[in-house]
Design a protein. Structure first.
Length: 731
């Protein structure tokens, strides 16, 4: 067939040439819409979208807040091109640095299986340096009442170990606006910490060790993280109080900061040809062996409106589903104060012999102090000889200590013995002959250890002659038996309780043990052994005394089921997070200043038990009469108005407003009958302040103070002397 050439007019040819690129763009966009559609989950609180091709999370928006310029809500994940799915770390035999990057994988399934669920699957994953690996990752994402839950499992059919998986993974975490701030808030040592990530981001990992400024926060301290802006936040939850493995909340600022001096984050979307974005991911340290299937702990993301209280309220709601209230002896439920007393150190100062302890007990009884936390009573002194709980012959005989405890407790003063099980003193024959078998081992076969603690003498204070400590494997059933047998020695002495020092210590650098033959398939997450050991200790105590008191130094919230009495230390910047979570939990705070009104006022403010520690817990109560006198007044006030200041529920600052012409701190309590009390503190040491307390719909109000305990009527207008406190109560 002959096709004749058609000569079109010049203007027509020019017009067609101009249309062709437009048509190509339209075709390209159409193909993208066809093959890269978004799979959406949404309810009246949250909108999320996943890329149908890669499974990446590409959009996320809080629908419950309004923002300036008419924006419908906080756009948390803003730019689809920066969306991420997952990341694996799968070391090779001859090259550890081998990642599987989710953005380089294609999902074999991104399917909406119901109005509230999406199922995603990735298979045969291409690694950066090890080729295609027979690994399958399957995830189900569920949206329920604004809570987005990521459930996933990984099938490892390769010959390699998958050490970590990052999932879920947000590639473009944004603040609510450019003028907002973002802080990460996690629990640790009875405090809700706060670390800024926008508009400043400091590098925690060292410039030599990463490509981008990085921050991480460990689940071993906090089952949740709050990504907090001024009036709203994103709650992130590791939905497993059993802690089967370590999870890290990881933040990474790309491509970096503007200034190494200010650590300010670039405000534009691009700098130096690179996208400016903040990545957030939860990193699961699973150590999945070859030919194994691992179910990941579910991770929940949920938006909330308000400050940290609203975020923690989400945790409290979940906590109520699994937390088992521990048994407490009746005596600890009343207003009490304690003394901590160290009687020996690793430098063998042998300060107080066993038969000299009774005079300390008498002094406590005379001053209304109800318990002594006794430290350094065991062989080797404090932080020496661990984990031995033998008595020390240089201090006296076991019978002398038993007799002293009996006499002190007959005065109405309980004795609580102190020690720990995480460490083994490497200088002892016991360690060299036996305990080394139960220590944790790093991936290279080298024992994990700590540098120990310094006491008193120049060589120890310089760290030269410290007793170095091996990190013991709390997962090892045989070590559990050793620890339990040592603990039974405490029970034979007739003490009223035991304080597990450093029960809160779980450094991530020795979180896992790679030792063979410890009763599990290595590596083992040693912190997962904390609960089984606690249960074994409880069983031993219950056979002797059902009211035996288990205490711990700053135990993580879920561990308070086993160590319900918490000893901690605070400062003026501490956030009373455990008190907010559990208003009636017995929490004790160290007081060691010689006129320590500030710390005692914080104890009143946050319902903390006072523990007197003169000379850093090495002296007599009479050594600081000013501190003791004010502490006694505060406890007398708490006994007099126990309904308002002890048996009531702590609300932090919720439920009242306090304004003042100077620095002020306050807290709110609500009684069982719904009456409110407000504790107002003047933390300044220079002058009195005038303050106004406003309680919505308040009834008749009265005020009282440690110095003036007879309640008198008030309209909420107060004059508070320096370093003093006043309580307003609703009648």
């Amino acid at each position: 067939m002959n096709i004749k050439k058609i000569n079109l007019p010049v203007f027509v040819r020019i017009h067609i040439r101009s249309i062709v690129p437009i048509l190509l763009v339209i075709l390209l966009q159409s193909s993208q819409l066809l093959f890269c559609q978004e799979v959406v989950l949404q309810d009246n609180k949250l909108f999320v979208a996943f890329d149908s091709n890669t499974g990446a999370l590409v959009k996320m928006q809080n629908k419950t807040t309004s923002l300036p310029a008419g924006q419908a809500g906080w756009l948390i994940e803003r730019r689809p091109e920066l969306g991420m799915s997952f990341r694996l770390f799968v070391p090779l035999p001859d090259r550890r640095y081998n990642f599987v990057l989710g953005q380089k994988q294609k999902a074999i399934k991104v399917e909406k299986i119901s109005e509230h669920e999406i199922q995603i699957e990735w298979k045969n994953l291409k690694s950066e340096h090890g080729g295609v690996l027979p690994i399958t990752l399957t995830a189900t994402v569920t949206l329920n009442d604004g809570g987005l839950t990521f459930d996933a499992s990984i099938q490892n059919d390769s010959k390699l170990t998958i050490e970590t998986i990052d999932y879920p993974y947000l590639g473009d975490l944004n603040p609510p606006s450019k003028n907002s701030s973002l802080h990460v808030r996690t629990m640790r040592y009875d405090n809700l910490g706060s670390d800024e990530i926008y508009p400043h981001f400091s590098n925690e990992k060292g410039y030599w060790g990463d490509f981008y400024p990085t921050k991480t926060f460990e689940s071993s301290y906090s089952l949740y993280a709050l990504i907090q802006s001024e009036k709203q936040g994103l709650y992130v939850e590791m939905k497993s109080p059993d802690q089967p493995y370590l999870l890290e909340y990881t933040f990474e600022q790309h491509p970096g900061v503007l200034s190494s001096i200010t650590n300010s984050v670039p405000q534009q979307d691009e700098i130096g040809g690179s996208s400016v974005h903040l990545e957030f991911r939860t990193c699961h340290f699973i150590f999945a062996h070859p030919n194994s299937t691992t179910k990941l702990v579910p991770v929940v993301l949920q938006c909330y409106n308000g400050d940290w209280h609203a975020g923690v309220d989400l945790y409290k709601k979940w906590r109520a589903e699994w937390y088992k209230q521990p048994h407490l002896p009746d005596w600890i439920k009343d207003v009490t104060s304690w003394q901590q007393l160290q009687i020996n150190s690793p430098e063998q100062d042998y300060r107080v012999k066993y038969d000299e302890l009774v005079k300390y007990g008498k002094e406590c009884a005379e001053n209304g102090v109800k318990a002594i936390q006794l430290v350094g009573w065991n062989k080797g002194g404090q932080d020496g000889g661990n984990p031995s709980l033998d008595t020390d012959p240089a201090l006296g005989s076991p019978q002398q200590l038993r007799d002293a405890i009996e006499k002190i407790q007959a005065m109405g003063v309980k004795v609580i013995l102190f020690d720990k099980f995480l460490w083994a003193d490497m200088s002892t024959d016991w360690y060299k002959k036996e305990l080394y078998k139960y220590q944790t081992i790093d991936p290279y076969g080298i024992p994990y250890q700590s540098g120990g603690y310094s006491y008193f003498t120049p060589t120890q204070l310089a760290g030269i002659s410290n007793h170095q400590m091996a990190v013991m494997d709390l997962l090892d059933p045989e070590y559990h038996s050793i620890a339990t047998n040592e603990f039974k020695k405490v029970l034979t002495l007739g003490a009223a309780g035991f304080l597990y020092d450093e029960v809160c210590v779980q450094p991530p650098n020795h979180a896992y043990s790679f030792a063979e033959g410890h009763g599990y398939n290595p590596p083992g997450y040693i912190y997962a052994g904390a609960e089984p050991l606690a249960k074994q200790l409880h069983a031993a105590a219950d056979s002797v005394n059902k009211d035996f008191l288990f205490c711990g130094e700053g135990p993580q919230d879920w561990l308070t089921q086993y160590y319900p009495f918490s000893y901690t230390r605070i400062n003026t910047s501490s956030t009373p997070i455990e008190r907010y979570i559990d208003p009636q939990a017995p929490i004790m705070v160290a007081v060691n200043g010689f006129d320590d009104r500030e710390m005692i006022n914080l104890c009143l403010l946050y319902r903390y038990i006072i523990e007197y520690e003169p000379y850093n817990f090495k002296g007599h109560l009479s050594d600081f009469p000013l501190t003791l006198a004010y502490g006694k007044k505060v406890d007398e006030l708490r006994r007099k108005y126990k309904e308002y200041l002890w048996d009531a529920d702590f609300q932090d600052t919720k439920g009242a407003q306090v304004t003042a012409d100077g620095p002020v701190r306050y807290s709110v309590f609500v009684t069982k009958e719904g009456k409110r009390a407000v504790v107002v503190v003047n933390p300044g040491s220079l002058k009195a302040i005038n303050a106004k307390v406003e309680i919505p719909d308040a009834g008749k109000l009265v005020e009282a103070s440690p110095e003036n305990q007879v309640a008198k009527p008030t309209d909420g207008t107060l004059n508070i002397p320096a370093l003093s406190s006043v309580v307003i109560m609703e009648q």
